[in-house]
Write a protein that binds this ligand. Structure first.
Ligand SMILES: *Cc1c(COP(=O)(O)O)cnc(C)c1O
Length: 387
């Protein structure tokens, strides 16, 4: 069903193959391994060295690609971003491709053609269950001949609880046979190509149930609803006049926004104060070369209703009003104090005694938390990455 959804050629002689995984991360490890092995076989056959594989991606990729590169010893060549352009620039990606490139990994939305005929993997973790329903005319999938494999998370827009992902290969030829293990002690020949062996079947059943219960129409309704609620939230945030909307209306239904003016208070403070209303809206900096841009991000899922969207706008307004009441100098002092305290790393501060407001208490908690995170970071420098 999923191969069909992604327009895999499913003729008499051709058949897509695929496997269920724990999520897109495992799916991506498997797809990456298949590319690496295919490339190695090709280089060996040509009598060329095959010890320096690389993979070309955008700097906007999810951390699992960095994991794949590090765990399976493949050099990660990242196309840098720039302000206002937050996807992989296809022309720059093509420039980075060479004969050691095992594949180009594009997040759904970016498509390209490499002069090396380099195969493409599409990371459609979220988009794979969105585009087929609300952008059916968008050609991102197996309709493009260079796309050899695609992954999607069942537990994102596939509408299943956590623990399920999928990877599909265009044809059997794209998945080297030597990576598949055949076992026969469970009653029949069972091919297996996964990183894990035993795993629960409930998620697979849940995915199957959702697909046949909701059908194409059902999924389309859910995705349209997500998009509508995204627009309600986006319009509400725009109307405050304080934010620049960084995300586009098309694509994954999410709103990424940053403050037009962050000289008095910044996105991290907005995020901190929103926690008081029960919202966890992450603020984070963009990947290289757009690190100077900080955004707040809200991803709209099927359970984020219009009422919730409206309530979030109201709470954002309250937070903005509160932050605007602060005299600019006080904000500046606090920020400096926070920085100093973190730098000192042993909490010498607190010499000036003043009556604490709820806001100050909140900020104190944030400072302690920040300090904790910074210390953890110092202890284990190897711990990096987001998501
Ligand atoms: C979430 C995500 C992943 C990782 O997927 P999991 O299912 O969490 O393992 C990979 N790539 C992209 C683009 C994602 O959004």
């Amino acid at each position: 069903m999923i191969a069909h959804l992604f327009n895999a050629p499913l003729g008499e002689s051709e058949a897509a193959v695929g496997v269920g995984t724990v999520g897109s991360s495992e799916a991506i490890m498997l797809a990456g391994l298949a590319f690496k092995r295919k490339w190695q076989n090709k280089m060996k056959a040509a009598g060329k060295p095959c010890d320096k594989p690389n993979i070309v991606t955008g700097a906007n990729v999810q951390v699992c690609w960095e994991k794949f590169a590090r765990y399976f010893e493949v050099e990660l060549k990242e196309v840098k971003l720039r302000e206002g352009y937050y996807v992989m620039d296809p022309e720059k990606a093509v420039e980075m491709v060479d004969e050691n490139t095992i594949c180009v990994a594009a997040i759904l939305g970016s498509t390209l053609n490499g002069e090396w005929d380099t195969p493409i993997h599409v990371d459609a973790a979220s988009g794979g269950f969105i585009a087929p329903f609300i952008y059916p005319e968008l050609e991102w999938d197996f309709r493009l001949p260079l796309v050899k494999s695609i992954n999607v998370s069942g537990h994102k827009y596939g509408l299943v609880y956590a623990g399920i992902g999928w990877v599909i290969w265009r044809s059997k030829e794209d998945l080297p046979e030597e990576l598949i293990f055949h076992i026969n002690y469970l009653g029949a020949d069972q091919p297996t190509f996964t990183l894990n062996f035993s795993k629960g079947s409930s998620q697979v059943i849940a995915q199957y149930y959702q697909l046949i219960r909701l059908g194409y129409e059902g999924y389309r309704n859910v995705m349209e609803n997500c998009r509508d609620n995204m627009l309600v939230l986006k319009d509400g945030l725009e109307k405050t006049g304080k934010f620049t909307i960084v995300s586009k209306d098309d694509g994954v239904p999410l709103v990424a926004f940053s403050l037009k003016d962050n000289s008095r208070f910044n996105e991290f403070q907005v995020s901190d104060l929103l926690r008081r209303f029960g919202w966890i809206v992450p603020a984070y900096t963009m990947p290289p070369d757009a690190q100077h841009v900080t955004v707040l991000r809200v991803v709209i899922r099927e359970d984020f209703s219009r009422t919730l969207a409206e309530r979030l706008v109201l709470d954002v307004q309250k937070v903005l009003a509160e932050l605007e009441l602060l005299p600019p100098k006080a904000v500046l002092t606090t920020t400096t104090a926070v920085t100093e305290e973190v730098a000192a790393n042993n909490g010498v501060g607190g010499t000036v005694v003043t009556k604490k407001s709820a806001l100050e208490t909140q900020r104190e908690i944030t400072t302690i938390w920040k300090k904790f995170v910074m210390q953890r970071k110092k202890i284990n420098e190897k711990m990096s990455g987001v998501c």
